[in-house]
Design a protein around this ligand. Structure first.
Ligand code: FPP
Length: 244
């Protein structure tokens, strides 16, 4: 599919795909396996999504890997997920680096185990020069907390006299979010059939198309990605205006 060639003159050119990877637990339950197995298979689907976006020339991919609410899951599951993030970064970093992928993390990284924090920082710094695909992984991420942090940064600037109240605008608030420098998602895809945003990129998704697929995340593959892209291009984005 020639994403860039086909659409480079259209206003809805696809630049940023954001994915809520849901359904790992259900995938495992359906097979009488533990939820942990579902997350392991989910990590394989992560590779598919990255490869697909690279090959289709999509420059930004954001994945919701662990929410600020996911800390409430049983310790065993949280520890397993941390192990998967650890393993994923160690195993994939060299390949991501040579494949031109810039790895970026958003969320409350300070809550992660110290060695995962170190790996996250290493992955970001080792790939910082790459430009082909910006892969953002949301870890310990909650959109409402992100917006509160942004408001606090601006409030501190006002308090110190470095900013006026009038300078608090949509642009300055957006520039203080974790996602600064990343365009807003063109579409948010959620797998598993659930139809919610679950505190994911609430500010950034103001005008994003929402696409829901019934597939459970571990079964997500290139075909699912292409179907989502096709659905995106079938939508008419008006941004509150009228169609031309
Ligand atoms: C939601 O499914 C999925 C998660 C909370 C974890 C996402 C993690 C991965 C896909 C694996 C590793 C990721 C990386 C980046 C290496 P769920 O467990 O809520 O599923 P359920 O709703 O069926 O229970």
């Amino acid at each position: 599919m020639g994403i860039v060639n086909k659409n480079d003159l259209t206003p809805n050119l696809l630049r940023h795909v954001a994915i809520i990877m849901d359904g790992n637990g259900r995938w495992a339950s359906k097979r009488s396996m533990s939820r942990l197995k579902g997350h392991e298979q989910g990590a394989k689907a992560v590779r598919e999504a990255i490869k697909g976006c690279r090959e289709l020339g999509i420059p930004f991919l954001t994945l919701f890997a662990f929410s600020s609410e996911n800390w409430k899951r049983p310790d065993e599951e949280v520890n397993h997920l941390m192990g998967l993030f650890r393993y994923f970064i160690k195993r994939e970093l060299a390949e991501l680096k040579t494949a031109g992928v810039k790895v970026n993390f958003i969320g409350n990284i300070n809550k992660l185990p110290r060695d995962v924090q170190d790996l996250v920082k290493l992955a970001a710094s080792e790939t910082s020069h790459n430009t082909d695909l910006v892969l953002t992984i949301a870890l310990s991420y909650g959109s409402q907390a992100e917006i509160v942090n942004s408001a606090r940064k601006l409030a501190a600037l006002v308090q110190s006299g470095d900013m006026s109240v009038e300078d608090i605008t949509e642009a300055s608030l957006a520039a203080a979010l974790d996602t600064v420098g990343i365009p807003d998602p063109d579409f948010v895809l959620r797998t598993s059939g659930e139809k919610r945003l679950s505190n994911f990129l609430l500010w950034q998704c103001a005008y994003s198309e929402l696409i829901f697929q019934d597939v459970l995340w571990p079964d997500f593959n290139r075909d699912c990605l292409e179907k989502a892209i096709e659905e995106y291009y079938s939508r008419c984005r008006r941004y509150g205006a009228v169609s031309v």
